[in-house]
Design a protein around this ligand. Structure first.
Ligand code: PLP
Length: 397
């Protein structure tokens, strides 16, 4: 069957929750993907900031195959070796102390919310605590994560949300301060806002929020699901700022394609937080994802991926700045490392759709921001190719 045939079937059977690009992807090599008709695409989407090591990576595939042949699943009633190794590596990379593995980003957020609530419950001897989140944030689609997602449009049909969540303005410390009360147990934010339009936190803001949290024994939760795992030029974006959270979430590139997320915390939080019976998952942290996370962390370290990101990102920024200068409806570039966005006065959906014709996969962050989140193994020549393809696309708009 060709693209068209598959798409027709898909539209008959899949629930219509996505406005998909009309492409059926089949396989990949490096930073290129190929559809079932054999057309090649340069990938600046990485499956939404997931496929950090690109495609067709033999070492990654072999690490998974070896584990598949050995053992896939045990449940968390037993220990398994791959996840123990992965946990140690993740602890070293993050400087956090304890980790719980989930199957997705949204579940990592659910866990982080529960961990913060339990910490405050243990301390105060009662429940009923509240959370401060940010406007224009994105933390996931399950009910808890949706409740801290600062986008009324996503929430509206599913009300009521989790009670006791208040929204501050990102990068405006006074609005955070104004929302703090004796019930506040956590402040949650993305170190770099992704879906909301690629907005990096200001250093002074993060430091200010950290100080507020310290003063009031509030837990600081950083959502590093999109901006973490090397994408911003450090393993986790907060490491660029020198502001450490009490709880951190990860997912997306954590397993480079296997469904895995995690929430991590300091020992101080762990001591007063989730205990046996408080939380669980059947799949979470099974041997297969353990092998993937272990391999990804080892590769990123061995290949000094953060250094590569820092270097190649300078070139990407340069090229994107040129595009902004040359295109009348582009207004600004924002971002850190290989998490970049260009703000546009024209709807970006059309640009992303037309880029397909040129063999370029690119995604959006909201209606007005074009998002650049390529595999982290991207090289300068691919950035040149992207700029070329995007320039032709823009001429056709
Ligand atoms: C993608 C994302 C999530 C949700 O992750 P899923 O795996 O889709 O559930 C949460 N937070 C941020 C910052 C994200 O980018």
């Amino acid at each position: 069957m060709n693209n068209e045939g598959y798409i027709k079937t898909a539209e008959n059977v899949l629930l219509h929750t996505y406005q998909r690009f009309p492409v059926v992807l089949d396989h990949g090599e490096g930073v290129y993907l190929y559809d079932v008709d054999g057309k090649e695409y340069l990938d600046f989407a990485a499956g939404i900031a997931v496929s950090a090591l690109g495609y067709g990576d033999r070492e990654y595939a072999n690490a998974l195959k070896t584990q598949i042949d050995k053992l896939m699943h045990t449940s968390n009633l037993y220990y398994n070796e791959p996840i123990i190794k992965a946990s140690e590596k993740l602890r070293n990379a993050s400087g956090m102390d304890r980790v719980f593995f989930t199957n997705s980003g949204t579940e990592a957020i659910e866990g982080a919310i529960k961990a913060a609530k339990k910490y405050a419950y243990t301390r105060d001897g009662h429940a009923g605590h509240e959370i401060i989140a940010m406007k224009h944030s994105f933390h996931g689609r399950s009910m808890g994560a949706l409740s801290v997602t600062g986008n009324p449009h996503y929430q509206e049909p599913f009300a009521p949300m989790l009670p006791g969540v208040r929204f501050a303005d990102f990068n405006d410390l006074n609005t955070v301060k104004a929302l703090i009360n004796e019930k506040t147990c956590a402040i949650i934010l993305e170190t770099v806002q992704g879906e909301g339009g690629i907005y990096p936190a200001d250093k002074a803001f993060l430091r200010g929020v950290r100080a507020l949290c310290d003063a009031h024994d509030i837990l600081l939760v950083f959502d590093e699901i999109q901006c973490g795992m090397g994408r911003c030029g450090q393993m986790f974006a907060w490491q660029l700022y020198g502001v450490k959270p009490d709880i951190m979430t990860s997912a997306k590139a954590l397993g480079c394609g296997v469904p895995v997320g995690a929430f991590l915390m300091t020992e101080h939080v762990a001591e007063k937080s989730l205990a046996p019976g408080d939380h669980g998952t059947t799949y979470g942290g099974n041997p297969l994802v353990g092998a993937a996370v272990s391999h990804v962390l080892e590769r990123m370290e061995r290949e000094q991926i953060t250094e590569h990101v820092r270097e190649v990102a300078l070139y990407l920024e340069e090229k994107l700045d040129e595009l902004v200068k040359d295109c009348e409806f582009f207004t600004e570039r924002r971002g850190i490392g290989l998490l970049q966005g260009i703000e546009s006065k024209k709807p970006v959906g059309e640009i992303a759709a037309k880029a397909l014709d040129q063999g370029l996969l690119i995604i959006t962050a909201g209606k007005n921001v074009l998002r650049f989140v390529p595999p982290l193994i991207i090289e300068k020549k691919h950035i040149d190719e992207m700029a070329e393809k995007l320039n032709i696309t823009l001429k056709n708009i």
